[in-house]
Design a protein around this ligand. Sequence first.
Ligand SMILES: Cc1cc2nc3c(=O)[nH]c(=O)nc-3n(C[C@H](O)[C@H](O)[C@H](O)COP(=O)(O)O)c2cc1C
Length: 283
Amino acid sequence: MSADWPFGNPVLTASGCGGTGRDLAAYGDLSELGGFVTRSVTLQPRPGGAEPRIVESPSGLVNAIGLQNPGVTAFVREELPPLVELGATVVVSIAGHSLGEYAELSRTLGRTDGVAALEVNLSVPDPVGSGLFDAREPFQAASVVGSCRRDLRAGVLLLVKLRSDVVRVVETAKAAVEAGADAVVVGNALPAALPDGRPGGLSGPAIRPQALRCVAEVARALPDTAVIGCGGIMDADDARAHLDAGARAVQVGTALFHDPTSAFRIARELAPEPDPLPGEDDA
Ligand SMILES: Cc1cc2nc3c(=O)[nH]c(=O)nc-3n(C[C@H](O)[C@H](O)[C@H](O)COP(=O)(O)O)c2cc1C
């Protein structure tokens, strides 16, 4: 690995699910999470999709947020400093329309103090509709990771977030790691549709078994690479299932919309019991 593992415990938030972090901080101490992953940031601001943007479905949510974000310049000026002040280990998720945009985002954010890791989002559920780079094939994923890696400052961990596509996920993960990714996040919301037919991403318990299968397959195929499991983690048992499948850490997304304390609680429940004080276990 080219950078040290910066996460103090295995529970991170999932991109786009903890807002800017300031609201989430009302429910717990961000420094007690392994890391806070920002919503995906693009070079230019994106207004996002039309309302409604989030709809409940059986055992999950379908979202069509459309990667709403203020663009990298405003992000660095307005959203990053409060996260750093709140003590978060900050992972900035990035998304681009081209290899050049990914490279520029990586260059800019890699030089910015307070960024512990970048997460390259290669798994937007609707890349065609969103106009973002469509990294559906392993060689495309490798190209993006390669362009991010080239200009990234040493010491910043490079994560790649893949679509949990059972057919190609192992191949894509291998290609991304060979191109320089330090760790692989598996996976994102799955392609779905809102009731009005607009494309969106399905998340939550509905996708957990599918995400677990992808985590297990990638972890088995790449035993020397850290895998971060993401998909349908609602409680500590779900997190343990991902860890048992081979993940080194997990990300909590949809659960935060049901209960904003969930990631903090899961982190506490997974924490090892402190050793008993001398004499304490004699009773
Ligand atoms: C409202 C919402 C917004 C999201 N925004 C992003 C985003 O900006 N970038 C990204 O990579 N994933 C985004 N995701 C996907 C989550 O990070 C996560 O990968 C996915 O929801 C699966 O995890 P979960 O089942 O725990 O929610 C979003 C998900 C939701 C529900």
